[in-house]
Each structure stands twice: as C-alpha cells, then as structure tokens.
Design a protein around this ligand. Structure first.
Ligand SMILES: NC(=O)c1ccc[n+]([C@@H]2O[C@H](COP(=O)([O-])OP(=O)(O)OC[C@H]3O[C@@H](n4cnc5c(N)ncnc54)[C@H](O)[C@@H]3O)[C@@H](O)[C@H]2O)c1
Length: 271
C-alpha cells in the first residue's frame, strides 16, 4: 500500500514502546488512527501526546479477549468506515528457566502474544478481504526465528506468530493478493517491555527473577522504537513480508538453518 494519507490504521498495545512509535509515524503520514491498549491511563496519555490535527479514536482492549478485539474492530469501522492497516502489536515479555516457569505465566504470555494475534487476524481479516485491500503487520520478534534460553513461553508465542503469518501470506497470495501481511521481527528495542509484569493478571510476581534484570540491561541498549516504526512503514509501502530491524539477525538465522540442514543440535543463539 503506497498511499497512506487518510488511510485508517489500527494499533494494539499503542500506549507504549513500538506501538506508540507506530502511532506517531502513521500520524506523520496523515493516517487516521484507532489506538488501543489494556492500560487505560497510558492510552489516554498516548492520545493526548499526538499532534492536535490527528484524527484518532481509542478504546481499552485486552487482545487476549476475542470479544474485546471484535469491539475494537466495530469502533474502527463505525468511526472511519474502513480499516487499511492492522498492527497486531500488543505483547508481553517474561523469562525464566523451563524448570521454573509458572503455568499461569505460560497462559498469560501465550494469551497476549499468540492469542492476541490470532484474535486480531480472525477479526480484522474478513474486513480487509471484503474491502479488497489492506495490510496486517503482526509483531513477532527474533525470538520467533531462533530460540534463546530462559525465554521459553515468549519463544513459543513468537514462533507461533511467525508460523501464523507465513501461512497467511501464502493463503492471501493465492486467494486475495490485494491484502498483505508482514511479520515484524526486531531484536532489542528500548521500550517498557522489561516491565511487562505491570499488566500481568494477579500483579507482578513477588520475585521477578534474574532473567528480568538481564532483559532490562539488554533493553536499555536496544534501538529506538522510532527506527522500528520507520522499518514498518517501509515494509507496508514495499509489501515486504519479513521486517527485520537488526543487522546481526541474519547471522543467527543462518546459523539455525545451517544446524537444521546439517542435522546438528540447536546452536546457542542469544538476541
Ligand atoms: N522491546 C523489544 O526489545 C522487543 C523485541 C522484539 C519484539 N517486541 C515485541 O514488540 C511488541 C511491543 O512491545 P514493546 O517492546 O513496545 O513493549 P511495551 O511494554 O513498551 O509496549 C507493549 C504494550 O502492550 C500493552 N499490553 C500488554 N498486555 C496487553 C493486552 N493483554 N492487551 C492489549 N495491550 C496489552 C502494554 O500496556 C503496552 O502498552 C510486543 O509484541 C513485543 O513482544 C519487543
């Protein structure tokens, strides 16, 4: 989709980090925005922080709940009559060794990161197909391309998002070539993801564990979310499927593929 001015973009997890950067980037293109997040005060602040001339509506939406994603779609269509870009971006991080990872954390992380994308695709895809145009951007991660230790639930959720997106790409190419999909696979980005437990049902765990501290250190050295938003915009314009953001991703992906083809063992790859 080359001409974005006046088009309608829906963003989940828009109150912080990559989602917020996407909102600002799309606003600069003159797009109309439908912003959502599970955190209401942060969402209100995000809307208030946009330039005054941006056409925007917003609502609280927990992406792990299908009925809330459907309500978000209804808001977009009733407000603007169309949906052109859908960023299934909301996500949470959480670490821990397999021996320790709580079953509630598995449910929470898969619920937001994987079911959130499933709910988004299931809900918005029929609208885009009916329109005969549109672009879905699913946020995965490099954790969807290779699996670093101590991030089991996160890795599983992001591999799922990559698999879902690859499947959708080929189905659309066969049946609805005017509807596109991309999968965004960043490495570390300077956002609030290390503090994801702020949205964990039941509140943050008593002890966030050593992994949380390590993640925080890597995040603080990450790239600016605005740079990711630039890549996404280019990806939509160029109809690029895999949107990568870090130069060292290629070597890690090559190492994983080489290990598979050589019948080796999974290499120890870190983000
Ligand atoms: N920051 C990184 O290094 C990095 C790297 C790769 C991929 N990602 C992915 O980018 C996406 C955005 O994360 P971020 O880094 O900007 O983190 P962030 O915490 O800054 O933003 C995530 C947003 O999602 C919202 N959210 C959390 N649970 C939700 C739910 N159930 N429903 C709706 N919204 C919810 C949060 O309130 C927050 O506003 C995620 O999918 C994440 O996995 C991040």
């Amino acid at each position: 989709m080359e001409h974005l001015e006046g088009r309608v973009a829906v963003i989940t997890g828009a109150a912080s980090g990559i989602g917020l950067a996407l909102a600002h980037r799309f606003a600069a293109e003159g797009m109309r925005l439908v912003l959502s997040d599970v955190e209401e005060p942060a969402l209100a602040a995000a809307v208030a922080g946009l330039p005054a001339d941006v056409e925007v509506v917003s609502m609280r939406c927990d992406v792990s709940r299908l009925e809330q994603v459907e309500a978000l779609c209804d808001l977009a269509v009733s407000s603007f009559g169309a949906v052109h870009v859908v960023c299934n971006n909301a996500g949470v991080g959480g670490g821990g060794a397999m021996t320790e990872l709580d079953i509630d954390d598995w449910s929470w992380i898969l619920g937001v990161n994987l079911w959130g994308v499933i709910n988004g695709v299931r809900t918005f895809l029929p609208v885009l197909v009916e329109q005969g145009e549109g672009h879905i951007v699913n946020t995965a991660s490099v954790a969807g391309l290779f699996a670093a230790p101590f991030m089991g639930a996160y890795n599983v959720s992001k591999y799922g998002v990559v698999a879902l997106s690859e499947t959708l790409f080929n189905e659309l190419a066969m049946a609805h070539p005017d509807v596109n999909v991309s999968v965004l696979c960043p490495s570390w980005v300077r956002t609030n993801i290390a503090d994801s437990a702020r949205n964990r049902p039941g509140g943050p765990p008593a002890d966030a564990g050593a992994t949380a501290e390590i993640i925080e250190t890597f995040i603080s050295r990450g790239i600016d979310p605005a740079a990711v938003a630039d890549r996404v915009l280019d990806g939509i314009r160029d109809r690029r499927f895999y949107i990568l953001t870090h130069e060292d991703t290629a070597a890690a992906v090559e190492a994983r593929m080489r290990a598979i083809l050589d019948d080796g063992t999974p290499p120890m790859l870190m983000h």
